[in-house]
Design a protein around this ligand. Structure first.
Ligand code: SAH
Length: 377
């Protein structure tokens, strides 16, 4: 199968040699001409995949409550940044701002900054949020956003960050590369770098067992560093939600999805979403090393329950029933189950929260043993 981007990738490999998985992933997602995100809006039931805020307004509403409580924990500053990384269609921010109407002072103080690499999605966000009473500002880089107290959110952003993959061979880790198929010049295959990769940044992989695969996301360190700089100068708190295991695990988690189906990640670059599991334990390690207080990973079901999603679902169903909409209750119950059931998103999706020292533990994280460890520290 061919795609315009595949032809260009093949040309580039012919000229410059095989590329690593991170370069391949970055090109597939964000190539300005043929990249998956750069050129289209892939979200929602009509698109290629669906995310929590797209499943139900309750998700963003719960985060709205999280933001209001956080703002109060920060001392209710007169002005603060409400930053979202990778806002997709802007639906989560819309629901946050609607839920936040219960606190007009919060809304007055909020300066909304969206960090979005895709021009196509920026346009969708502008439309979704066009009626917002708060000013919305798009930023290219986190460091461009003014220094003041900050609340930072990201849902399914970290899983799009390009990963590098390494395979154990003769007791050493070798980088996995994307190369041209030796018998078919129009197809791509995975290959291994002949040279071992011996750097501290993958020291946490441990022993290189033959054929074992381990992944590492080089952007984590930069993101954690930028969050740290911000939360050191002014108080602030971040909430990062994504899918991944609680502890570091080896294994190939590169996953391509098009039209809600899993596809081969090398088959049609630019036509499918490519993501990888988030390594929460590495993110927490980096955050603590930088002096941030970190909580989690907290399963999505526990966080949303603590924020009151069951009560919200009941209220929504009742409001709809009072309006004569008898079907709405079932629909809301199904949405609640998709967000929270352990076999759906409840357990695989997790949240971590990073914050300045001296703040109370974040809302939604009280029922977690890591809280205890952190508070004793
Ligand atoms: N948060 C949304 C969208 C998730 S999809 C939701 O939950 O529905 C991932 C989002 O991150 C998209 O908006 C994508 O364009 C954006 N994105 C991916 N890589 C990015 C990068 N390096 N910088 C900024 N935005 C990025």
């Amino acid at each position: 199968m061919s795609s315009p981007l595949k032809d260009r990738i093949i040309k580039s490999i012919k000229a410059e040699g095989p590329m690593n998985v991170a370069a391949y992933m970055a090109t597939c997602l964000m190539d300005p001409v043929n990249g998956f995100y750069a050129t289209r809006d892939p979200l929602g039931s009509e698109g290629d995949f669906i995310t929590a805020p797209e499943i139900s307004q309750m998700f963003g509403e719960m985060l709205g409550l999280w933001c209001i409580q956080t703002w109060r924990d920060l001392g209710s500053p007169d002005s603060f940044n409400l930053i979202e990384l990778g806002p997709g269609r802007g639906v989560m921010m819309l629901d946050i701002l609607r839920a936040a109407r219960i606190d007009k002072d919060f809304l007055r103080a909020a300066e909304i900054h969206l960090l979005e690499a895709s021009p196509a999605l920026q346009a969708v966000q502008a439309k979704t949020l066009s009626a917002s009473p708060s000013r919305i500002i798009w930023a290219d880089k986190l460091e461009d956003i003014p220094q003041q107290p900050t609340i930072l959110l990201a849902n399914e952003f970290l899983d799009c960050l390009p990963i590098r993959q390494f395979v154990g061979k003769d007791g050493k880790w070798h980088e996995r590369l994307v190369a041209i198929h030796p018998e078919n010049e129009t197809e791509l295959i995975f290959a291994l770098s002949p040279l071992p990769y011996e750097h501290d940044e993958i020291a946490h992989f441990g022993r290189a067992n033959e054929g074992e695969l381990a992944e590492f996301c080089p952007s984590y360190a930069q993101i954690i560093n930028e969050i740290r700089m911000r939360l050191w100068l002014y108080p602030g708190r971040a909430l990062l939600i994504d899918y991944g295991p609680e502890k570091f695990e080896t294994g190939d988690t590169l996953q391509a999805i098009a039209k809600h189906q899993k596809v081969d990640p090398l088959l049609a670059p630019g036509e499918a979403d490519i993501t990888a599991r988030v390594d929460f334990s590495h993110l927490l390690h980096l955050a603590r090393k930088e002096g941030l207080t970190a909580h989690g990973p907290q399963p999505q079901v526990i966080m949303l329950s603590e924020l009151g999603i069951e009560q919200r679902a009941k209220m929504l169903a009742k409001t709809q029933a009072d309006k004569g909409n008898s079907q709405a209750g079932d629909k809301i119950a199904r949405q609640l189950s998709r967000l929270t059931a352990p076999e759906e998103m409840g357990q695989l999706f997790k949240a971590i929260s990073l914050q300045s020292k001296t703040l109370l533990p974040p809302p939604g994280f009280s029922f977690h043993r890591k809280d205890l460890t952190d508070r004793q520290a």
